[in-house]
Write a protein that binds this ligand. Structure first.
Ligand SMILES: [Zn+2]
Length: 91
């Protein structure tokens, strides 16, 4: 396994992508991340892109600036363009 740190959820996925069983460190990181997610303690969450665009457009200017800093304006712009084009939210 190269370019991905062991002991991370990404490492867990990489093991399978490489056709390997995950090592103990990666398996434990994966289980811990799943546990955090189930308990609402995750540091981030997957959100459908179109829903994110809708939330962004309805956010205060201060929150919009923060979203741009964290997510990047070009990515947000492409999501907003898709939202404006009428793309449905895929759950
Ligand atoms: Zn590993």
């Amino acid at each position: 396994m190269s370019n991905t740190a062991h002991g991370t959820p990404a490492g867990y996925v990489k093991h399978y992508a490489d056709g390997q069983k995950p090592c103990t460190e990666c398996r434990e990181a994966h289980l811990a991340a799943n546990r955090d997610h189930r308990q609402g303690k995750a540091k981030s969450a997957r959100v459908p892109a179109i829903l994110l665009a809708e939330l962004y457009l309805n956010a205060s200017p201060e929150v919009q600036v923060r979203a741009e800093q964290i997510l990047g304006t070009s990515r947000l712009e492409s999501f907003v363009n898709r939202y404006d084009a009428g793309e449905a939210i895929a759950a």
